[in-house]
Design a protein around this ligand. Sequence first.
Ligand code: HEC
Length: 100
Amino acid sequence: MMKHRTLLATALLVAAASLQPLMADHDSGRTIGLTCFGCHGADGVSLGAVPSMKGMSEEHVRTAMTDFKSGKRSGTIMNRIAKGYTDDQIKALAKFVAGL
Ligand code: HEC
């Protein structure tokens, strides 16, 4: 029984590890980008006070996120959100948003 569990756990780990490269590039931008829609509106089109993401250039998103992350630009919530992402993830995210 123990042995089977160990085998299963190992198989799952191997499967998860082999998915990593697939997630690495534009997929990670999309995966992260989908989490932004809750506030920035479905497909980045906001109906409320939060600015729409759709229509922002790659450059704008990258600069805004980098500045929120460093504290150069202050916001109510975006500083905390931006701190959660690496520079590479921000780059992928900016590409995804620009493609909306
Ligand atoms: C909890 C709600 C919330 C989430 C989730 C969220 N945002 Fe924001 N976003 C805001 C608010 C509110 C602002 C206005 C600035 C502030 O108050 O922090 C903003 C501002 C921005 C701006 C600046 C827009 C401009 O006019 O320059 C960008 C870019 C941005 N968000 C990108 C993102 C990205 C990318 C994500 C996903 C990783 C995201 N946001 C997730 C609420 C959110």
